[in-house]
Design a protein around this ligand. Structure first.
Ligand SMILES: [Zn+2]
Length: 431
């Protein structure tokens, strides 16, 4: 009960604070107010206590590796990395995700193998997170609504939030998909949440079975939602598709009524680490003033963000035009003079989708320093011509960067490991 009251309290606060989101001054005011409380909590972190009163620019820059290295000293709730890993791994195996240490939830982030991260969230932080999601994603309604989540791992968070107005059902994406889909049709939820590759699988099932979905909203999480995928989902589901930018490090951005993705800058301070000379792409370096059990301060994410224009919806927070992928999806090749050339995933995507209108899905993988594999799927099954067109278009792209001698081989089939994240542009050749 206490948890639900906390959610209600924070939800009301988010609603009351909405008036501040429409001006730069208002956003800064909310951040400053939260920052004052946040400083008090920092005194409980051995790693940050001496910096508690310092300017943000004096804090060290962090990334996943340094963050995990100093895990024990950073968190303010006295949990060691070994302890946290042990309990999180146990819940992954048992698929029982109600793991807690002294009331602090412990979760495992999905990262590539060997690169897993741990996140901690106190009861209050979980309540604030839920309140923020209700405020910005699910929306408040006095009607009773059902929400279906397709996720890699459940968190006791979702189900504990259930109330007479909202009921949450969790679908394990590692479980049998056919059974999941049959269960989903029976449940007939108002809101469907999942990663784009899973949402696509759901949409194909609904289309093939001729089922009309009753979804009012479809929410994409965890993977980059590309425009063509969003359109296909909307065609089948006849429902609004929204994107949430959420990761272990926090709830970072939400979709506004004009369908633009906005950073939640009323509690996040975003520094932009630009990656290209035109300042078009950046890595966000985030500071989250709502997190204190595991402070997230000047933490560099490896997502590649393209910034958008100011949005007409009235929100003054930074607009994300596109989340292009992660820095490890970037192709680093050599041109004819032997100099390194950086090719961002967006270039590769554009080369493939502009090659033929019939291409519905594809995977481009850099498998060696001068070798690519290309998988192409079309609406009519796999068609040879479309593969050739895409391959020619990719060769032209590399030629435009003065890169030659790259061989492209056809990948005949692509099977996504259950529960894995789907990426259309992948770099398996990390140098
Ligand atoms: Zn907007």
């Amino acid at each position: 009960m206490r948890f639900k009251l906390l959610i209600l309290y924070h939800f009301i606060r988010f609603r009351l604070n909405r008036k501040y989101l429409r001006s730069e001054i208002g956003l800064a005011y909310l951040r400053e107010r939260r920052k004052r409380k946040w400083r008090k909590h920092l005194k409980r972190s051995a790693f940050y206590q001496d910096l508690a009163e310092s300017d943000l620019s004096d804090f060290p820059l962090m990334d996943k590796a340094s963050f995990m290295e100093h895990f024990d000293a950073i968190n303010s709730v006295g949990i060691s990395r070994e302890e946290a890993f042990a309990i999180a791994l146990k819940s992954e195996e048992s698929r029982d995700f109600s793991s807690e240490i002294n009331g602090v939830t412990v979760g495992l982030s999905s990262g590539t193998s060997g690169n897993k991260g741990i996140f901690l969230a106190s009861l209050k932080e979980r309540a604030v997170w839920v309140a923020a999601v209700l405020d910005r994603v699910i929306g408040f309604s006095l009607r009773k609504r059902k929400v279906a989540f397709f996720l890699r791992s459940n968190s006791n968070l979702y189900e504990s939030v259930g109330s007479s107005l909202l009921s949450f059902s969790y679908f394990d994406i590692k479980a049998d998909m056919k059974q999941n889909l049959e269960k989903l049709v029976v449940l007939n939820p108002h809101i469907l949440v999942g990663q784009p590759s899973v949402l696509l699988a759901v949409s194909e099932y609904y289309r093939d079975m001729g089922i009309n979905s009753g979804f009012e909203k479809v929410i994409s999480v965890a993977e980059v939602l590309e425009e063509d995928v969003a359109q296909r989902l909307e065609q089948v589901f006849k429902a609004k598709t929204e994107q949430v930018y959420q990761c272990t490090e926090g709830f970072l951005a939400h979709t506004c009524e004009h369908r633009n993705l906005h950073f939640n800058e009323d509690w996040l301070h975003i520094e932009k680490k630009y990656l290209d000379e035109e300042n078009k792409r950046f890595h966000p370096v985030i500071t989250d003033y709502l997190r204190s059990s595991q402070p997230i301060i000047r933490y560099e994410l490896n997502d590649i963000i393209q910034e958008g224009e100011t949005c007409n919806c009235g929100l003054k927070s930074t607009v994300i035009r596109k989340i292009e992928g992660r820095s490890d999806d970037v192709f680093v090749l050599r041109n004819r003079r032997g100099e390194p050339v950086i090719i961002y995933p967006d270039f590769v995507r554009r080369a493939v989708i502009t090659a033929s209108d019939d291409i519905t899905n594809y995977v481009v993988t850099l498998i060696g320093s001068n070798e690519l594999s290309l998988y192409i799927e079309t609406g009519k099954g796999r068609v040879r011509d479309d593969y050739e067109l895409a391959s020619t278009s990719l060769h032209a792209l590399f030629e435009s960067f003065d890169v030659d001698g790259l061989s492209i081989n056809e990948q005949k089939a692509f099977v996504l490991e259950s529960g894995a994240k789907f990426k259309r542009v992948r770099n398996l050749c990390q140098t």
